[in-house]
Write a new protein. Sequence first.
Lengths: 260, 94
Amino acid sequence: MANKTEISADQAALFQFLLRMGDNTLVLGHRVSEWCGHAPVLEEDIALANTALDLIGQTQLWLGLAGEVEGQGRDADALAFLRDIWDFRNVLMLELPNGDFGQTIMRQFLYDAWSSVMLGRLIKSGDPRIAEIAEKVSKEVAYHVERSADTVVGLGDGTSESHARMQAALDYLYPYVGEMFLSDATDAAMVSAGLGPDPASLRDEYDLLVGKVLDKATLTLPDGSYTHKGGRTGAMHTEHLGHLLTSMQWLQRAYPNSQW
Amino acid sequence: MNNEWPLWEIFIRGQHGLSHRHVGSLHAPDAEMAIKNARDVYTRRNEGVSIWVVEAKHIAATAPGDKGPLYEPSESKVYRHPTFFDIPDEVGSM
């Protein structure tokens, strides 16, 4: 981003916003793809691979638009494969290792729920390019959240073993949820330009949706309001993102511009 | 307790106007998840507009050993085939 001065303040905020959207789907998509060939049953294996592919597809749209807005000639591939840790803007929850299957599904649900609420707002964005992407991907996200919610309920309200694992997953992941609702100057710029919502304003709808599902799943939200943060602002990432990028970016780094 | 999910037979209708066709089977804990799994396993390439699932144990089937009594009597009754009519091309598939 050596020539950042060439893009106006508004465009810079929009670029950051698009990186946040695209890095969320990119990092989660990569994490979910790690299950390919390893899921507990064939049906879940294919379902997770489908979800991962959907998320990578969403990444192409968000990061593609980000590159366009930035205007420095970087396309979605360049943004995905040639940036380093400090330039990523995904929330921390999505870069955490998968853990067991239950933890993966719990994270998926906690993200899908946010994504479905967020996209519902972005459909009304003043930027037709954003509205168009939101409209397009909200259909598959509606399926994702339905599927992950059902699986959370099935496992939460399942055997004592599956219940304990889902409760442990929720206890571990919930302190990361708050980051999705933190607002900063980038968000304020998006709000005042009429391009996107204030993340904090999504919280009530999110809590209602998540609360309903966790209730059916007989799971209990942990106490405490501490929130791990830093990913979406770029202030800090966990140690795990570097390892993820090492694996994800290896080919383009070792063999620049290679194609197949 | 049986730890295996039951087996479901999956039927998918490819396009409006054609009937559901058996495409395969899969495992799922209940009918709703069977439909979701069928969506993920069998409609990844835009194959369907409608999915039916039925638990395999609910399908009553003929036994291979009954083949003779069941099917052979019809072999010699060529007049049961409507091959003696000329069917206009415009009728399409029947």
